[in-house]
Design a protein around this ligand. Sequence first.
Ligand code: AMP
Length: 180
Amino acid sequence: MNAAILENKIKSYVKDVPDFPNKGIIFKDITPILKTIPLVDEITDAFASRYELFKIDKIAGIEARGFLFGMPLSVKMKVPFIPIRKKGKLPCDTVRSSYNLEYGATTVEMHKDALNENENVLIVDDVLATGGTVNASVDIIKQLKCRAVAAAFVLELSFLNGIENIKDKSVDIFSLAKYR
Ligand code: AMP
């Protein structure tokens, strides 16, 4: 599907929820996308064709909504999926990194055995906002002596300048629908 058509279609399924979870935040609710399986399929196909030639070894989905788009992409690309989770949720040995969100601060973790040394990782999440989550995820991947080669988002809040805030400029950043 043409990129502009897909962008408009995605936007038509995103619901803006003002003042959630905090006053002044416009929350982008992607649950209407999830109810529309042909659109989930189109999103997955768009990501899969972009990353076909990237030599991706693992797809890292960010809790929680990154799982919803990362896992179907893993199945489609036949690349193993690994979760990046909020602190305290993973049962085995972890590496971790802390960061500030658009609303609040948090720590994310990954299992130490999720990656083998020198692997290429694709990060997947629903929304790129300030870029803090990406920075923390890249940091975790580096702690495990691997490379975050790319990060994929369904939505990007461009007005928050997330791309400029991502410290490692070698990470290929891509989103399907931008809010300027
Ligand atoms: P950031 O670290 O600021 O790039 O924030 C990205 C993370 O926060 C993603 O996991 C998003 O799911 C979530 N997030 C941030 N802002 C919003 C928003 N306005 N609407 C929905 N999710 C958001």
